[in-house]
Ligand binder design. Structure first.
Ligand code: ZN
Length: 223
């Protein structure tokens, strides 16, 4: 008897911090039944719940070491393979971030026949990002961490009702420092994708409001 194969679509949203990819991902989750994974949130959850991954993470952080690509990638693969809903598309927000993570993740994709992997690269001018991030507020609930802007005029998270806070790293000088670092690893990663012929779909979203970014994404991806 033939088994019906379910293809799982995985998108890697790649772009500078504050490019609006997280906001787009949130819309796709709430309106189109997508699932989203932010590696930052996943790390914080593992540490808070003191899982085996969390203890390893904590060890590296306490010793002031970088978190190895293999550990981050293992956590992401663990998350993907333990999702019970096998049909809704997954967005990896900001993963793979390095060439090392991409190599390990593409090896997993290759071994997993029912996975369709796409990289979406978001292009936004730095000045637009600085402006956007300095207006950002995030949900204080670690399990939620939805983000909003001060222009939304809301005082609590619309998803879980928790308080909203400003992130320490959304201050302008921190944002500019992160934007300076971004091209350093982005170039290496994009060159690697080129070498292994992994298609990278570019999304030029300069000047687009979040709702237009959402519509643009659906059009580009023919969804
Ligand atoms: Zn929330």
């Amino acid at each position: 008897m033939m088994q019906q194969q379910v293809t799982r679509t995985i998108y890697s949203f790649f772009g500078p911090p504050g490019s609006g990819k997280g906001t787009l991902a949130q819309k796709l989750v709430s309106r189109n039944n997508f699932q989203m994974l932010s590696t930052g949130n996943l790390c914080r959850q593992h540490v808070a719940q003191e899982t085996a991954f969390g203890k390893m993470l904590d060890g590296y952080v306490k010793q002031g070491h970088l978190i190895p690509d293999a550990l981050v990638t293992d956590m992401v693969i663990d998350w993907i393979t333990t999702q019970s809903d096998k049909e809704s598309p997954i967005i990896l927000d900001g993963f793979p971030r390095t060439k090392g993570q991409a190599e390990l993740f593409l090896a997993f994709v290759k071994q997993t026949p029912d996975v369709d992997f796409s990289v979406i690269s978001f292009l936004v001018p730095d000045e637009e990002i600085v402006q956007r991030l300095s207006q950002r507020v995030v949900c204080a609930n670690k399990a939620c961490q939805s983000s909003f802007t001060v222009n939304d005029n809301i005082s609590v998270c619309t998803f879980c009702g928790s308080a909203l806070t400003k992130r320490e790293d959304d201050k302008e000088h921190v944002i500019r420092e992160r934007l300076l670092q971004f091209p350093l690893y982005a170039q290496t990663l994009l060159e690697y994708y080129g070498k292994v012929q992994q298609l990278v779909q570019e999304m030029d979203i300069a000047g687009l409001a979040p709702e237009s970014v959402y519509n643009h994404f659906l059009t580009v991806m023919s969804l």
